[in-house]
Design a binder for this molecule. Structure first.
Ligand code: CA
Length: 439
């Protein structure tokens, strides 16, 4: 291990030495060879009961890169596929981006152009909620994720993210407001407040990231992108820039004192992890730890478990290539001071939203991450054992999937992308004794 890598390794555990990591991280570029992996742990191939003998992915890869670790890509699919019944329970959404269940079983949905809509339990789409700020809905931008305050039942607070028009371009912004309903399926936002702005702003229409994950400790994670262009992507490695990061903030937008770069004058104190490209899928695991799936370049979508202060590699190390076919940077899949992805997809799946499956309707998916695929046109079910992927199952849905949620009934709900967006409900085929009827 190089000196820099070993110092970075030692430094990652304490906030006190985080500034040291910061200084050295800049030096730990692709020129540093040989690569070290700070992922640690055992590297024997993980296996699972019920794993089959062939991968879920059947298409040829787009790159010639080889994985560093066993089961880091093309993990076996389960020996038995999960039979699924799919029903359309909501129709007529205009480019929906995210959904959440309200405590009473209704849904709250964002539409990219800037609408928040309530959806009744019978699937009726409401007229919309007034008071949403102006969004920049060009390209990948718009009104994006939504999350409920953990105390929503009493405080009625929602958090939402959007690409905000700014003086010099746009950027991802996180706001909160109180949802006040009108009893007719609509309502308005009150006490609107921007709590966090990703900076710098940039004139572009790509890679806004935007998933919001409320954590068990009352803090929020917000994922963002690096704005895609070659001119900006390098800022994913720059701790003074807000591009290409996962942030951790409190519900007023302040950096918690136990963040890895808190108190540093060279890094943004809201940063949790860095070196990300465009994270649009994020969820907590059963231990309350954050996991993300991120859009990579061609052949380089990744599953990561972001840990405080660590560097997830983009654009220095990646398993993907440019869509033109060119290599990215030095064309390396490992670099000193960067963390290997837990898993990667080549070809890409286009990870959108994700949820931890905790219901009882699908025992085969217990504790799996269900990841929406914009490119794979379905859901990708990833089973883990000890932070390693053991199986990957594909659930084809013939639609670009924008978000995935698990209902209190144990059914899986997937929101489809584009005009005429729908919400699909997945139940076990032939076995939906509970929750099989729409109510
Ligand atoms: Ca990475």
């Amino acid at each position: 291990m190089t000196r820099i890598a070993s110092i970075a390794l030692a430094a990652r555990t304490t906030a006190k030495t985080a500034a040291l990591t910061l200084v050295l991280a800049g030096a730990a570029t692709a020129q540093e060879a040989p690569a070290s992996r700070i992922e640690g742990g055992a590297f024997s191939a993980p296996t699972a009961k019920g794993a089959g003998t062939s991968p879920a992915e059947t298409e040829a890869p787009n790159t010639s890169y080889k994985p560093l670790l066993p089961n880091q890509t093309r993990a076996p699919k389960p020996a038995e596929a999960t039979p699924v019944e799919v029903a359309t329970v909501v129709k007529g959404l205009a480019s929906p981006w995210a959904m959440e269940f309200l405590p009473d079983g209704r849904m709250i949905v964002t539409e990219k152009a800037g609408k928040i809509r309530l959806v009744a339990k019978d699937g009726t789409v409401g007229p919309g909620v007034a008071g949403v700020p102006k969004v920049d809905a060009r390209g990948q931008g718009g009104l994006l994720d939504i999350a409920l305050s953990p105390g929503f039942s009493s405080d009625r607070i929602i958090f939402f993210s959007y690409s905000e028009p700014r003086e010099k371009g746009n950027g991802t912004t996180l706001a909160k407001a109180k949802l006040v309903e009108d009893g007719k399926g609509g309502g308005k936002l009150e006490d609107f407040k921007v709590i966090f702005r990703q900076v710098p702003a940039y004139e572009g229409d790509k890679h806004f990231g935007s998933r919001i994950v409320p954590a068990g400790d009352g803090k929020l994670y917000l994922t963002v992108g690096e704005r895609s262009d070659k001119a900006t992507r390098g800022q994913a490695q720059d701790l003074a820039s807000g591009l290409g990061k996962v942030f951790r903030i409190d519900t007023d937008g302040n950096a918690p004192k136990d963040n890895p770069f808190a108190g540093s004058d060279k890094a943004k104190p809201e940063i949790w992890s860095y070196g990300h490209r465009n994270v649009q899928a994020a969820a907590l695991d059963g231990q309350g730890r954050l996991w993300v799936a991120e859009h990579g370049p061609r052949g380089g979508d990744e599953l990561n478990r972001p840990r405080p202060g660590l560097n997830y590699g983009w654009p220095v190390a990646t398993y993907g290539i440019e869509y033109s076919g060119e290599k990215i940077g030095d064309g390396v899949t490992q670099a000193a001071g960067t963390v290997q992805p837990v898993y990667y997809w080549d070809p890409v799946i286009g990870p959108s939203g994700m949820a931890l499956y905790t219901g009882s309707l699908f025992p085969a998916w217990k504790d799996d991450f269900l990841i929406g695929g914009l490119v794979s046109n379905g859901i990708v079910a990833v089973k883990l054992d000890g932070d390693k992927v053991v199986t990957e199952e594909r659930i084809p849905l013939n639609d670009r999937i924008r978000d995935v949620r698990v209902g209190s009934d144990g059914a899986v709900y997937a929101i489809t992308d584009g005009e005429n967006g729908k919400i699909l409900k997945l139940t076990p085929k032939g076995g939906a004794k509970e929750g099989g009827k729409e109510g």
